[in-house]
Design a protein around this ligand. Sequence first.
Ligand SMILES: C=CC1=C(C)c2cc3[nH]c(cc4nc(cc5[nH]c(cc1n2)c(C)c5CCC(=O)O)C(CCC(=O)O)=C4C)c(C)c3C=C
Ligand SMILES: [Fe+2]
Ligand SMILES: [Fe+2]
Length: 335
Amino acid sequence: MNQTPTAGRSAILLLAHGTPDKLDEMAAYLDKVTGGRPMPQHVIEELQHRYAEIGLRNEPLPEGPPLTRWTLRQAEMLQEAMDTKVYVGMRNWHPYIADTVAQMKADGVTHARVLCLAPQNSRTSTGLYRRALESALDGAFTYDFIAGWADEPLLAQAFAEKLKPTLAEARATLGTQVPVVFTAHSVPCRTILATAGESSRPGAPVPADGIQNYGATSTPDLYPVEAKQTAARVASLVSLTDADWFFAFQSQGVAGAPWIGPTVEDTLKALAEEGHKGVVIQPIGFLCDHVEILYDIDIHFRDAARGLGMQLWRPESLNDSPTLVRAIEQVLARS
Ligand SMILES: C=CC1=C(C)c2cc3[nH]c(cc4nc(cc5[nH]c(cc1n2)c(C)c5CCC(=O)O)C(CCC(=O)O)=C4C)c(C)c3C=C
Ligand SMILES: [Fe+2]
Ligand SMILES: [Fe+2]
């Protein structure tokens, strides 16, 4: 439920995921991500390996990890564009939502427009960010919460601007059409189903012991619909026909199984079997570089594609895209 502004100091608050600054923070970070459910040691080590592959070390990087660096840059660009103070709060690492809320309170903020740096709404991402905000707020200020902006035309334009040159390069290299696979982060299957206890349907999924219920309600999550909506808009802007593009869910997690698909791995296999020699993968749910782009796509999926005889291209992430900043401005202006 959104709350109404009172006279006073207004600000913008961007909510984001957060990422560790160095490798030895991985266990503590995962503890935040899972809400305290312990992760097996081999998972911690595997994630440390992936973060090391994208440049993280045991000492913090002077420039910060990519997700933090780009998120703060996006906030800075938005603040310049909107001439309103923009704050950033992260659910799983510094700057934590609770610390940012405390700072906003100290700065005398009385009302905030709150936007998640995740355009498609899911109780496993934006829902958890919102819950973290509500428990930190304690009535500190009023706010309007903007959930889900997957259909913002300028968001699609920002992705299309990055996709066009990559697609042109892939087509020129291979001398053929090259399929585009748009991706979004997978979610556990039960996230997109009504939960047990709130549904009389036989066989309704029961959350596994010890696994948080992701803020589940009896309403199925529309996340997959919103993700495909963004992809369809981007495809249309770059004039892809229905035969030229696909949608897959990437980065299925280690718990809460099963997770929704089709997976990128299966999609690559199917494309190779159809005789394709190349593929462009564009994630349309992530707004900047982080491990699931720099490792999962650039290393893991590229290797998988190579093993199937295909070359893989990935458009640059939005990062400091001025069109992304204009998209966020538009969404905020409508709130
Ligand atoms: C729409 C859903 C999700 C988005 C978007 C998302 C983005 C995202 N995730 C990470 C890093 C991690 N996520 C992890 C687990 C995890 N992620 C989601 C959903 C989304 N993540 C779920 C439902 C879960 C499971 C949580 C649980 O309690 O088990 C993890 C832990 C390891 C793993 O399971 O893969 C990491 C690490 C980033 C950086 C990111 C985008 C910025
Ligand atoms: Fe995640
Ligand atoms: Fe993930």
